[in-house]
Design a protein around this ligand. Sequence first.
Ligand code: ADQ
Length: 469
Amino acid sequence: MGRLVIVSNRAPSVDGAGDSGGLVVALKDALSQQGGLWIGGAPKQSENPADELNFHQRPDFEIALFELEPELYRDYYLGYSNSVLWPALHGRVDLIDVQPHYSAAYRKVARRLARQIARIVTHDGMIWVHDYQLIPLAHELRKLGVTSRIGFFLHIPLPDLQTFKAIPEWQELAGCLADYDLLGLQTQRDLGHLINIFRHTLRGELRPNGNMGINGREVVLGCFPISIDVRGFRQLAVDGAARTAPPSVPRLIGVDRLDYSKGLPQRLLGYETFLSQNPEFCNKVGLLQIAPPTRDDVDAYKAIRSDLEHLAGRINGRFGTIEWTPVQYIHRALPRDDLAVLYRYSRVGLVTPLFDGMNLVAKEYVAAQDEADPGVLILSQFAGAAEEMSDALIINPHDPQDVADAIRTALQMPLAERRQRHGALYSHLEKHDVAHWSAAFLKRLLAIEKADAEWLERFARLEPVSRTG
Ligand code: ADQ
């Protein structure tokens, strides 16, 4: 069997620092077993980018970095990826910023990267492309005659057809998705949307095996809910708790990138409603919100920070006392072992996105709990994680009353019920950890024989492109 090649917008660090993040942990084993290669964007842009991948050998696998000019990177990443695709795929069509040069840059990056990858992959290799920044990659690779199996995993949600159509290039994108051999989504919800998009855009036909017949070939579809290193994260929390004292009042915790999809203002409104309706809890509970900045250069992100600070200030002004601050807000990232112990010592985990592919914080919170005295997870019905985690308290994040009621229920929940809910959530997660996720995807990709020769020929006839052009 050939080499496994992972492609993502960002590569792991060349020296292994920061590997504790989910995806690297998930794929490290599979990559090291097969002499794998991870291709990703260089951490810095360059005025004169090399037209070749830049290789670095780590002890576990090889990394190849691609460089982009700052302007191209801006239009491809901050522009098309995060000002068009991210809002559209999260159902925030009101935030889409359509600029013709954004989509041109997006396609250009895929074309350039495909040329660089086509020079190094072999027919028997497997290519696994990650996420919305690189949807057209298989299309560009096929045009160059690459015959390897190519799979794609979308980490973020796929919305319904009407919302998807708000992307000016929606038909083109649907066509590009259909050029993969395997398409993996986080949830059944998203899978249903994909099937509908294919039916309407490409006259796709759902086959009895769950795959899609499109233009005479079969595209394999699957739902692969991503997870975390459950046991590893639990151990971090256990070790951390041995070094740290618990907080003096029961704590609610929220941990999110500062993103409009995460429902942070809605969460604070729910907490405010809870405090106003349950004054007996004032002084006896606190909310810790950790929200590091992200994509600060995109306009839609600038407002969230001030909204959040305004709300936190209002709640603290309204309910706070000399001794008690109802909302503690930290605007930066924390080391994973600190996060793990903060989760463990929090009586309630608040995960309230308005739309989320999966949401790993929900899984981290459950993994970190003490099974003898676990906290309660409050989870939005719009997080992908809600499909698997029905033993959480499932809420509608748009309804402050629903959030407030769930907070009260969680804080008053008897130990026996907390243990029962946590036990069910943890045992599911233990079986469905991140290793299970990557193995399931790769097994499906491996089972695909090879790209259909006739189909590839059609591609070549369509657009003859030189490998070095
Ligand atoms: P994200 O939108 O980044 O991921 P999420 O799944 O919650 O969302 O993952 C965030 C990760 O960042 C978690 O591991 C969390 O611990 C970490 N993190 C958040 N705040 C932090 C802080 N202050 N300090 C340190 N670490 C912090 C996208 C999709 C999700 C999908 C994942 C994986 O949007 O829906 O679950 O990819 O596929």
